[in-house]
Design a protein around this ligand. Structure first.
Ligand code: PLP
Length: 403
């Protein structure tokens, strides 16, 4: 599953992308994570593993997902041609299933009986519960008690899919506490289980593993785009929460003369607690067992974050993104809630596609860039569909506003 690009030699054997990444774990967790590391590098190039993953992608997930020319949206924004890589058409409605099927397949090859993870908004929990059901694995999802109430529909989905939900009742009762709780549960049962992360974050080998499972997005998109147009796109863009959908599509184009933009949520503005624009406002720090740019207070504790897109409100960001930013290869920009809302409605009404609020951040950047460029082409990774966001949209944005 390897491909030649400028980050193919990354990370080093300790999991560092330059100075970012690594494995910052309490001593008792080092052994279990080393086992995952060893197993991943032993298994991921195995022909049978690759063949099974390909089969799953084709017959269960519905890959390849198409690349689509958004003509009306392009026309309305008077310039460059905008294209979507339709990850919203994956089974379960977003790109997360790409790495969850890979992680669960790895669990099967390692002889594990159970997958354990935390979830914030519930999207990772739903995708992992789907993968666990497919393989007949037990699935235990740790979730803050506050998030369980906020994300009731996803909690029901996970239960329908057979997952056990562990309500985390200490601290702020949100994602950070859920991570600690999932790590503890994994430590208590690592012989039977495997921990599965939801993005290109966490201790090594997860940033590289999740990137490798998401690479299919970029590989497909590059080939499809060239088939359709005869050329490479001028610009490739994706939203960045932890950074998995972005790493997936970016990795296909890192070796090409293509401008690449990651879009982070500016939320309500630049004040502390009003956004999750890690690259713009963060400083080096450690979260979730790895080093990255981090929104943090003076003590190194993660700062509060906010975005209208619950999948983007993470105070850290994947280490490879940090490396690519410092290397000058990828640009990181921001998009506010208001800009996102405008792009969301335009995509609904001009294209007949209800995008995820996360993905709408990347669309918003593409609209602005299209107007500025005047011609050329922009490929957007449409990471997910917006059905999950309807309650939020109806309550906060309405459905009858004009574009
Ligand atoms: C979770 C999610 C994201 C953000 O996660 P990344 O790891 O940054 O890709 C983006 N879009 C959708 C639809 C999501 O569900």
């Amino acid at each position: 599953m390897s491909s030649s690009n400028s980050s193919a030699a990354m990370p080093d054997t300790n999991g560092f992308f330059g100075k970012f990444g690594g494995k910052f774990l309490p001593p008792q967790l080092e052994g279990p994570f080393a086992e995952i590391d060893e197993a991943y590098y032993r298994i991921y190039n195995d022909a049978a593993f690759i063949a099974e993953l390909r089969e799953i992608r084709h017959h269960f997930q519905g890959r390849p997902t198409p690349v689509y020319h958004a003509r009306r949206l392009s026309q309305a924004n008077g310039g460059a041609h905008i294209y979507f890589k339709r990850e919203d058409l994956n089974h379960t409605g977003a790109h997360k299933i790409n790495h969850c099927m890979g992680e669960a397949l790895l669990a099967k090859y390692m002889g594990k009986k159970k997958v354990i993870a935390e979830t914030g908004a519930g999207q990772h929990g739903v995708a992992l519960a789907t993968a666990a059901a497919y393989f007949g694995l037990e699935c235990e999802i740790h979730m803050g008690a506050v998030d369980i109430v906020k994300q009731a529909p996803n909690v029901s989905r996970m239960k329908l899919l057979g997952a056990k939900i562990v309500s985390v009742e200490h601290g702020l009762k949100t994602l950070k506490e859920a991570v600690d709780s999932a790590f503890e549960a994994y430590l208590a049962d690592y012989e039977n289980s495997i921990y599965c992360i939801g993005s290109v974050v966490g201790p090594h080998p997860f940033p590289v593993m999740v990137r490798d499972f998401q690479k299919v997005v970029g590989i497909e998109a590059r080939e499809q785009f060239i088939d359709m147009t005869g050329n490479l796109p001028d610009v490739v863009t994706a939203c960045v929460g932890g950074g998995s959908n972005a790493m997936g599509i970016f990795s296909g184009f890192l070796g090409d003369p293509v401008d690449i933009y990651g879009v982070e949520p500016l939320g309500r503005g630049p004040g502390v607690g009003d956004h999750a624009a890690t690259m713009t406002y963060g400083t080096e720090g450690i979260i979730h067992g790895f080093k990255c740019y981090l929104l943090q207070d003076e003590k190194g504790e993660p700062a509060p974050v906010y975005s209208c897109a619950s999948g983007l409100d993470y105070p850290g960001v994947g280490p490879e993104h940090c490396y690519l930013r410092d290397a000058g290869r990828v640009n990181y920009v921001t998009c506010s809630d208001d800009q996102c809302r405008e792009a969301f409605f335009q995509t609904c009404r001009l294209e007949g596609i209800i995008p995820a609020i996360e993905s709408s951040h990347a669309v918003a950047f593409a609209l602005e860039k299209a107007r500025e460029m005047g011609n050329g082409s922009i490929l957007v990774n449409l990471s997910g569909r917006g059905d999950k966001d309807l309650d939020y949209v109806i309550e906060n944005w309405g459905v009858g506003d004009s574009v």
